[in-house]
Design a protein around this ligand. Structure first.
Ligand code: NAP
Length: 357
């Protein structure tokens, strides 16, 4: 038995959804119906697909549709999300248009799968930078209740779509060739080659960007903690794929680096997290650091391995020496996989397991 599956949008996220569905052997009947604004042939996940121009009757043939289209009024979810649902589909939506709507659950399967019920038809995938932060912090929150988060992100250009990846490569080559980068200001406000830009999405009147407000509002919604204090700075860096985050987290209850390391190293308590921090277990099974001077930590390159590609990698776990019950950590995850496609497919898998699909 399988489901009739569709995909809207064939940028890097759509491409990755096809790959992840195949890798995880998601039960599909027939061929995946792929839609975008224009009809054409595209290679997605290494396979040729007939991309159809999106239209309402295509949704009638489907049980489940992954949306990976552009956001906003002309975007895929606003224009087609309700039509898909009205035609009998369950929608899992990567875009940001409905994430904060009270009728749409915003879901990370390891954290709040119970938000999806048998009435749910349109589920939202959180923003990539929110997903990895919440996967890393939710187990600690369950143990000692988060009070405040200060986070700085180092976000890959693929978070802005396929055009931004080409832009980074083009500009980098220009710099290598001793030319000044001819940058496209519609993609980034400054050249991104060999530089960092503390500006992701639009600025708001409070001085934060929309990306930063997403991290605040989405985290509060997923953890069901409307008053949680969160102070983000989001930065675009010249990396193709893989976001990194430096996180300072303060807790209401007891928390320190050893306790955090023990919890995060336990896959039952911390599903989806892998600690890369030079830690080991002693004879009694307690998490200890063999050599305090020999630290390990994850980098985005680690995401290329099969073992780590869908994980949230955590390292640099240490006490914040300026505050009680506060720790610092570094976390790395693939924005196209766990930050988008893998999370979306995991939602569908969990719905199947729970008889919701
Ligand atoms: N990239 C990431 O790391 C990341 C992470 C989490 C979430 N997201 C979200 O995931 C979505 C996809 O991201 P992406 O980076 O893959 O995007 P992208 O490269 O900009 O690709 C967007 C795709 O959506 C299609 N599309 C746009 N408007 C449409 C409409 N009205 N109807 C049907 N199709 C439409 C486009 O069709 P054409 O090709 O025909 O123009 C294109 O194939 C975005 O909402 C993004 O915010 C991205």
């Amino acid at each position: 038995m399988g489901l009739r599956v569709g995909l809207v949008g064939v940028g890097p996220v759509g491409d990755m959804i096809i790959r992840v569905l195949k890798e995880r052997k998601f039960p599909i009947v027939g061929e995946i119906i792929v839609m975008a604004t224009n009809e054409r042939i595209e290679v997605l996940g290494g396979e040729r697909f007939h991309v159809r121009k999106i239209r309402a009757d295509l949704f009638k043939e489907l049980d489940l549709v992954f949306f990976a289209g552009k956001e906003g009024a002309q975007g895929a979810s606003v224009q087609w999300g309700k039509i898909a649902v009205d035609n009998g589909c369950i929608v899992i939506d990567n875009g940001g248009d409905f994430r904060m709507h009270p009728d749409h659950p915003l879901v990370i399967p390891e954290v709040n799968m119970d938000a999806v019920t048998k009435e749910t038809r349109h589920i939202c995938n959180p923003n990539c930078s929110t997903i990895q932060m919440v996967v890393a912090l939710a187990p600690l929150h369950r143990a000692a209740r988060l009070h405040r988060i200060v986070v700085s992100t180092y976000q890959a250009v693929s978070g802005h779509g396929g055009s931004a990846m080409k832009e980074l490569l083009k500009e980098s080559q220009q710099v290598i060739d001793s030319e000044s980068p001819q940058y496209d200001s519609k993609i980034f406000t400054h050249p991104i080659a060999f530089d960092c830009i503390p500006h992701i999405d639009k600025f708001l009147t409070n001085g934060y960007t929309k990306e930063e407000m997403k991290m605040i509002n989405e985290t509060r919604k997923i953890l069901n903690e409307p008053n949680l204090l969160i102070n983000p700075t989001t930065v675009r860096v010249p990396v193709l794929v893989g976001h990194s985050e430096s996180i300072n987290a303060e807790f209401a209850g007891d928390m320190d680096a050893v306790k955090a390391s023990t919890i995060l190293s336990d896959m039952n308590q911390s599903p989806g997290v892998v600690v890369i921090d030079g830690l080991t277990k002693d004879a009694e099974g307690i998490t200890v650091r063999k050599d305090p001077l020999e630290r390990q930590y994850p980098v985005t390159r680690d995401l290329n391995s099969n073992e780590y590609k869908d994980a949230v990698l955590v390292g640099r776990i240490r006490n914040d020496t300026t505050r009680k019950n506060a720790i610092d950590l570094w976390c790395v995850s693939d924005n196209l996989r766990k930050g988008a496609a893998t999370n979306a497919v995991q939602i569908a898998e969990s719905m199947l397991q729970r008889g919701l699909l």
